[in-house]
Design a protein around this ligand. Structure first.
Ligand code: SAM
Length: 255
């Protein structure tokens, strides 16, 4: 396993460069996936919500429209700067932001009603440690929601290889069964499984220097007709397109 400090530095480097493009990419605010995410979180008007690894605050700001208060935390300061920019643009007063690590949340036990994290577990070396922290800061009977890419067991290795070609801070995307097992191991009670496919244009998701290797991998699938990466890639008029396989798992924190 790569040293944790080195890995966290890799995260900060990657997401400092990608903070603005990530914040501005329309697919990250896609409405259907966001609606499913918010439904899974079951936020009430008095809920105190925590968004872990919140990035540019897309989920946090959407949650703030429904919640009493939202806290966002991310390890990359440039992402928190983007989150503040989004908050100001939307005129939301009920959010505060922190720079910090998902593996050591700087919050009291049982401080939140709802704890969510989207698209982060595949960047973590120890997602179980983050989930344990999410459980700790969630009140008994509160809700914990993880949204992430979940390749099938058959495509997991190829999916991880593809992600690593565009993002050196990728660790591994869990299968849905692996993600559900993390929840069971953390002592959480599963209350909802949902998912959605998110269509993306490959060229918008990678640095120029990574495109040749990535394109070759996708073209291999398209030419063979085999979906080895598990993202149903196709050649569209504007370039290679594919669909991220995303799952939503919600648990209740035990009383
Ligand atoms: C793909 S982005 C997702 C951002 C946001 N959750 C969203 O869905 O729009 C992943 C985020 O995880 C953050 N991250 C990665 N490892 C982290 C850690 N150990 N603690 C806190 N944030 C972390 C990164 O800085 C980045 O902002």
């Amino acid at each position: 396993m790569r040293d944790n400090q080195t890995h966290n530095q890799r995260i900060v480097d990657q997401f400092t460069r990608w903070a603005r493009p990530f914040a501005d990419l329309p697919i990250h605010s896609e409405e259907a996936g966001m609606a499913r995410t918010l439904a899974a979180a079951a936020i009430g008007p008095d809920s105190h919500v925590l968004d872990v690894a919140c990035g540019p605050g897309i989920v946090a700001c959407a949650a703030a429209e429904q919640a009493g208060h939202v806290t966002g935390i991310d390890i990359t300061p440039a992402m928190i700067a983007e989150a503040r920019r989004r908050q100001a643009a939307l005129g939301l007063a009920n959010i505060d932001w922190h720079v910090g690590d998902a593996a050591a949340l700087p919050f009291a036990d049982a401080a939140f009603d709802v704890v969510v994290t989207r698209y982060s577990f595949h960047h973590l070396q120890q997602p179980a440690a983050a989930l344990a922290e999410m459980r700790r800061v969630c009140r008994p009977g509160g809700r914990i929601v993880v949204i992430d890419a979940t390749p099938s067991p058959e495509t997991q290795i190829a999916y991880d290889r593809m992600e690593l070609l565009r993002d050196p801070s990728h660790t591994s995307a869990l299968t849905l069964d692996q993600l559900r097992a993390l929840g069971r191991d953390a002592g959480l009670e599963e209350v909802l499984i949902d998912g959605y496919r998110l269509e993306a244009l490959l060229a918008t998701l990678a640095d120029e220097q990574d495109m040749a290797a990535l394109t070759a991998m996708f073209e291999g699938d398209i030419a063979s007709g085999e979906d080895r990466i598990g993202v149903a890639a196709w050649a569209a008029a504007d370039g290679i397109r594919f669909r991220f396989p995303l799952s939503i798992v919600a648990w209740e924190s035990p009383a």
